[in-house]
Design a protein around this ligand. Sequence first.
Ligand code: HEC
Length: 108
Amino acid sequence: MKKSIIVAAIVSLLAASAARAEDNKALYDQHCAKCHGEDGKGDTKMGKKLGAKDYTDPKVQDALKDDAAIKAIKEGLKKDDTTIMKPAEGLTDDQIKGLVAYMRAFKK
Ligand code: HEC
């Protein structure tokens, strides 16, 4: 009896984290990939135009602090008064953290 409860708990935990990983990808593909690229390289038409960095590059990853990443996603980014990245609307803090984690995984 006890054992089955533990097994059920583990299974539901695994299911929850798998769902979250998929959510991150879905959110990223929907909101971010057009500039940052599906692979994080920023190698898209928009990404090149706006100067998106290559997030597979460890140097780029090291230079980016989590707080700055979260702030940029929440508030957007400007360069010389031009918006280069719009604030993400309607995302929860957890979703934003998930997106940062998703981008971290691009590091080679
Ligand atoms: C319209 C194009 C565009 C979209 C869409 C976009 N970004 Fe960006 N983003 C940029 C550009 C340009 C930069 C600045 C160069 C760089 O760091 O790649 C940037 C920078 C960043 C940074 C680094 C911020 C810093 O302080 O260095 C993070 C993190 C980031 N974007 C995450 C995201 C996430 C997550 C999404 C989706 C919710 C997203 N971006 C959507 C264009 C975009």
